[in-house]
Design a protein around this ligand. Structure first.
Ligand SMILES: Nc1ncnc2c1ncn2[C@@H]1O[C@H](COP(=O)(O)OP(=O)(O)OP(=O)(O)O)[C@@H](O)[C@H]1O
Ligand SMILES: [Mg+2]
Length: 509
């Protein structure tokens, strides 16, 4: 095997952060190379150099033996490099085919966009690579898993033979992940492509990669053949010490009902029924977990409960008060905190600082204000520093723009803020999507602490292990209806899987 890509003493410095620190690494032709490391370790930064988004502040990059002198995505694409980013970059109102050819559109007589040709090209690609997707569907109407396919097809259309996938599975269901891995194996085997994959899920590293590189605080701390390591070894290389997943001690008995949902009907973005007659209740001092495959109404259900989506029929009660039809702000005031699923659009203000983001919802508190209107900057900063420290947020400090932080660290900002309200009710969606194993352990501990202190917690997560670890009770949702309710310690993951697909014993779907 030859070296396809060679980083030689590469460094990347942003104001106040050395994101990549003297990295030398070779990636071989035709291999699947996994890149792992804690949030903020510098993984995306390194791959953004390969893709030409970042120009390194020191060192050299070679692609197929040729030194790279022009860092731009266009030049990288011309070199055969494709990248699917941590946060997708498709145009929602365009069709699949239009997105795929965007930037290199087929033209009718050299001028007009040729939609037929675009769809034909897409169909050919779909066939060649076995990546099934409807060319004429609008991107906003297809699942996240399919959107990712479109991103991959887009890179293939542009002739990529080196494919970078930045946390591709963070948003996928287990089934979609299996399909993606099939695709990766196929393009590596049949098309001799080179694939670099960033992930926080170490079992995925074991399942898909030939070699693995570990980053820590900007440095590359090791490169191993995957067959020579195990998850435990990788975890300890990542954080610099052994990682312990302690048993989480659940104490106390459930108290009064704090969230009550009665016969709820909610529609999705297209106006189609998404939640169809759901009733549930969550008591103080318990975690109710929702297990469901993406797209079965769980997102719409949580949005309706928290006031972000219109309720068509039925009722929601929060802490004894009717919350049906109230605004998110009014529901918050009833004592509910919310970690939303789509944090990047609804959870943070990307151009505001970490400090300002942490303060949202608390601006009016007396301790942060002088004479009721003048903000006490020093108190605010001290408060922000405290949360920054406690939640192990890593970046250039509390005054940096949230938008410049690593994906996992943006996430920590939202979780830190919502967990610090000390409200009796917490509604949490995908709490650990995109966060590293250390942060996951930390979040889980906090969630159980709040539970033990008497909070009522409604949790939705695509990660079944997480649902099992945290929940007292679990409900399964399928096509907008509850298909089963279980005590977490009286059911197995396999059984739950059946109810999630509507095929469990006596399923009502
Ligand atoms: N454009 C930028 N401007 C300023 N700082 C940046 C920029 N991009 C990244 N950083 C900083 O560089 C560091 C590394 O970030 P990077 O996104 O590479 O981490 P990561 O390993 O991909 O983490 P995650 O797992 O959370 O995605 C972080 O401290 C981040 O705040
Ligand atoms: Mg990243």
């Amino acid at each position: 095997m030859t070296d396809e890509i060679r980083f030689e003493h590469i460094s990347m410095e942003f104001p106040g952060v050395l994101a990549n620190d003297d990295i030398s690494l070779s990636i071989r032709n035709g291999e699947v190379f996994a890149l792992v490391g804690e949030n903020g370790a510098g993984k995306s930064t390194l791959m953004n150099i390969l893709y030409g988004i970042n120009t390194p502040t020191a060192g050299n990059l070679y692609v197929r033996g040729e030194k790279v002198t022009d860092f731009s995505p266009k030049a990288a694409i011309d070199r055969g490099i494709g990248m699917v980013h941590q946060h997708f970059m498709l145009v929602p109102s365009f069709t699949v085919a239009q997105n795929i050819v965007l930037g290199r559109e087929p033209k009718n007589a050299g001028v007009l966009f040729d939609n037929k040709k675009a769809e034909k090209l897409t169909r050919e690609l779909v066939k060649e690579y076995g990546l099934e997707v409807d060319p004429s569907a609008e991107v906003r109407d297809i699942s996240v898993g399919l959107q990712q396919r479109v991103e991959i097809l887009k890179t293939l259309y542009r002739g990529a033979d080196i494919l970078i996938l930045d946390e591709p599975t963070a948003v996928l269901t287990p089934q979609e992940t299996d399909e993606l891995f099939e695709v990766i194996r196929r393009i590596v085997r049949e098309k001799e492509m080179t694939v670099i994959i960033i992930t926080h899920k170490l079992y995925e590293v074991m399942a898909i990669s030939d070699r693995v590189g570990v980053m820590r605080q900007g440095k590359l701390v090791g490169v191993e053949n995957t067959c020579d390591v195990d998850e435990k070894k990788l975890a300890s290389m990542m954080v610099g010490r052994p990682v312990l997943f302690d048993h989480l001690e659940k104490t106390g008995t459930p108290g009064d009902v704090a969230i009550e949902v009665d016969d709820l009907y909610v529609a999705d973005n297209r106006g189609l029924p998404a939640v169809r007659g759901v009733s549930l209740s969550v008591r103080k001092g318990e975690v109710l977990g929702i297990a469901a495959i993406e797209g079965n109404g769980q997102s719409e259900l949580l949005e309706a409960i928290t006031g972000m989506r219109k309720i068509n029929r039925g009722h929601v009660t929060v802490c004894g008060t009717d919350a049906t039809g109230k605004t998110p702000g009014e529901i918050r005031a009833l004592g509910l905190s919310h970690v939303p699923e789509d944090r990047l659009s609804t959870g943070v203000d990307k151009v505001a600082s970490v400090s300002d983001n942490l303060l949202v919802g608390k601006q009016k508190e007396k301790r942060f204000n002088l004479f009721g209107f003048h903000q006490r900057r020093s108190t605010v900063d001290r408060y922000a520093e405290e949360l920054y420290e406690k939640f192990d947020i890593r970046g250039a400090g509390i005054h940096t723009e949230v938008g410049s932080m690593s994906g996992g660290n943006m996430q920590k900002v939202v979780v830190a803020r919502e967990f610090s309200f000390d409200t009796p009710v917490l509604v949490i969606s995908q709490p650990t999507r995109g966060v590293d194993i250390g942060a996951m352990e930390f979040f889980h501990t906090r969630i159980i602490e709040q539970r033990n202190a008497g909070a009522a917690i409604l949790l939705s997560s695509a990660d079944l292990d997480e649902v099992f670890r945290l929940s007292d009770r679990i409900i399964t949702l399928y096509e907008g209806k509850i298909t089963g309710e279980f005590k977490a310690d009286e059911i197995t993951k396999e059984e739950i899987g059946l109810y999630m697909t509507g095929t469990g014993e006596g399923a009502k779907a």
